[in-house]
Design a protein around this ligand. Structure first.
Ligand code: GLU
Ligand code: ZN
Length: 292
């Protein structure tokens, strides 16, 4: 046991609004997984997509997590503190000819990028995005809940974007750099990000980074089958009754919290949940309906 690496997990919300029920669900799963492994649970604010950031969201998210007793380790990291790092790595990848500028207009793009800009010799004068070359190799990984996932990147996605035309560093690139910098070895996040994972693993391979273990938990959907979003139940979670919310979330995580804990303080409920956490109950589950 002694030489086993300590578990380091994280929660990485985007500050695009207050923490809503669906995000708190993911946060709780990731927290329980880390704490049940006696691991660290780090918090990172994914704030690179500036047009989508909402003022005050980051602080409000942190406050909500605290109210719910989801206390994180170390100090909060903001992606925006590391812009230089992302750019340095992009420069290196350009020099190595692994990434290239693309000026295609949104209209000209198909779902799988054809790679038409691959052989451009000079840097374009117009705004451009940076894409990474993909090939027909198969990227596979075993998700702890969703089983074996295999993608042929060239066929399914084409060369994908690391830096957007509006100069914003793309999420799928930043997340790889950040998880490595923070030594994250376990990623627990929503099923909606499963499809992006092979691209992230491809980047890890190109950059010579270690691939963490992945666990994609179901997303909460409403009765119409839509993911909870800002439009539906994405209003801030009710912070007045944290224990009720946590009890409901544990039920939606299929953890069967005992009825006698229904009115217990949230700290007691969380201790029970850490001790009894059994993510296998979520195996192969992609979405959970919460009528709300
Ligand atoms: N910031 C991303 C989101 O809120 C999550 C990133 C991740 O967990 O990899 O959707
Ligand atoms: Zn192009």
């Amino acid at each position: 046991m002694l030489d086993k690496q300590p578990y380091i997990g994280r929660f990485a919300p985007s500050p695009t609004g207050p923490l809503h029920f669906g995000s708190l669900y993911t946060a709780l799963a990731s927290f329980l997984q880390a704490r049940s492994q006696l691991g660290l649970w780090l918090l990172r604010i994914d704030d690179l997509d500036t047009p989508r950031n909402r003022k005050g969201s980051a602080d409000s998210i942190l406050k909500t997590l605290e109210v719910f007793g989801l206390h994180w380790d170390d100090s909060v990291v903001y992606q925006s503190q590391y812009l230089d790092v992302y750019h340095e790595i992009l420069d290196k990848l350009i020099k190595e000819k692994l990434i290239y500028p693309c000026t295609c207009s949104r209209k000209a793009l198909t779902a799988v990028y054809s790679g038409v800009c691959r052989d451009k010799r000079t840097l374009p004068k117009n705004p451009y995005s940076l894409r990474i070359k993909t090939d027909n190799g198969i990227i596979s990984f075993k998700d702890e809940l969703q089983g074996l996932i295999s993608h042929n990147l060239a066929e399914q996605h084409g060369d994908f974007i690391l830096k957007r035309k509006d100069q914003i560093i793309a999420y799928q690139f930043a997340v790889v750099i950040d998880d490595d910098r923070q030594n994250i070895n376990h990623v627990v996040r929503g099923y909606d990000l499963l499809d992006l994972t092979p691209r992230q693993i491809y980047l890890q391979q190109i950059l010579g980074l270690v691939t963490p273990d992945y666990m994609h938990v179901p997303v909460i959907i409403d009765e119409q089958g839509y993911k909870l979003s800002k439009q539906t139940r994405a209003t801030a979670v009710d912070i007045k009754n944290p224990h009720e919310v946590i009890f409901e979330l544990l039920t939606l995580l299929k953890q069967n919290p005992p009825g006698e804990l229904q009115h217990a303080p949230s700290t007691e409920l969380l201790s029970w949940a850490i001790e009894h956490w059994n993510p296998a109950l979520l195996k192969n589950c992609r979405a959970i309906c919460s009528p709300g």
